[in-house]
Write a protein that binds this ligand. Structure first.
Ligand SMILES: *[C@@H]1O[C@H](CO)[C@@H](O)[C@H](O)[C@H]1NC(C)=O
Length: 288
């Protein structure tokens, strides 16, 4: 038994060299073949999206006959759904760098410390520090360059809410350390009394990049409804400002009640500065 056992190993070592040699060649060839297959597969995967894109580019759409207020051509605006809770959409490169620069230039000379719509019991003094940015309101009609009008029309198209439902643009500037503690844009009737009109949605157009900080944050995204969190903390879904990009979110559910997850804030700017144009959209038409 002992010798048999030994013999197996003994035979193994004797026959081993050619066997191992053969095995090496077989494995080498298998490996070579396999890697060839694999690399083909990978390049195939890489090809596919490119192919899809080129197919998509070639699709020709035939516009429908349109109504009095409609448009003649078919268009597309790139967007990304950032969240369903709250309903938030990101629009990359919504405005050009030149448009953003020009809006900043117009707003610069009129900046004032930003204010709050005060609740019962709130005063300017006891709400100090909640919103530390400076800003100015500008309507499209005040802008002789026509840029705000173009932006306003584009916002109306992507929200499908007529532009006369929008308040004037609130152009805001946040310097290092400045922020806006989490809040709702919609008015809770229990806190503010029945509002004459309600804010449905907000569209933020980032006019500048921010080196560090200054994100728009949604601390309660995806029903994280823990209202004991530190409202000064920068948590939850964070949207980094990038010049020309747009962010749209809805403050109300489709049934008209306030979406608790639409609470949001502006994280403190850590490095650089933040410029943003905000458009609040209401359920009622606004007077100019
Ligand atoms: C409104 O809609 C939300 C979300 O669908 C729902 O949770 C809420 O109960 C509704 N409220 C009323 C009063 O219908």
């Amino acid at each position: 038994m002992k010798t048999k056992g030994k013999g197996v190993w003994g035979r193994g070592t004797k026959l081993g060299l050619p066997v191992v040699f053969l095995a090496c060649i077989v494995f080498f060839l298998a490996g070579l073949f396999g890697s060839m297959l694999l690399s083909q597969d990978i390049s195939g995967v890489q090809m596919r999206p490119r192919l899809l894109e080129s197919v998509e580019e070639k699709i020709e759409y035939n516009p429908m006959p349109h109504g009095e207020t409609g448009e003649t051509s078919i268009s597309s605006v790139p967007f990304q759904v950032l969240s369903w809770k709250p309903r938030a959409l990101y629009f990359p490169k919504f405005a050009t760098a030149e448009q953003c620069q020009s809006i900043i230039k117009m707003a610069k000379s009129n900046l004032r410390p930003s204010t709050l719509v005060l609740r019962k019991g709130e005063t300017v003094a006891n709400t100090k520090g909640i919103r530390t940015s400076s800003g100015t309101f500008m309507s499209a009609s005040q802008d002789k360059t026509g840029i705000l009008d173009i932006i306003e029309q584009k916002i109306a198209r992507v929200t499908m809410i007529p532009k006369n439902h929008g308040e004037a643009f609130n152009i805001l500037h946040y310097e290092i350390g400045q922020r806006y503690i989490s809040h709702y844009d919609a008015f809770n009737p229990a806190e503010y009394g029945a509002p004459k009109s309600q804010r449905i949605a907000s569209f933020l157009l980032y006019l500048s990049d921010v080196k560090e900080g200054g994100e728009t944050m949604f601390p309660c995204e995806n029903d994280f409804l823990d209202f004991n969190y530190d409202p000064e903390k920068c948590i939850g879904l964070k949207v980094k400002p990038r010049q020309g990009d747009g962010l749209l979110f809805y403050s109300l559910f489709p049934n008209g009640t306030i979406d608790p997850t639409s609470i949001h804030g502006s994280c403190p700017v850590i490095e650089g500065g933040k410029w943003v144009a905000t458009k609040w959209i209401r359920d009622q038409e606004q007077e100019e």
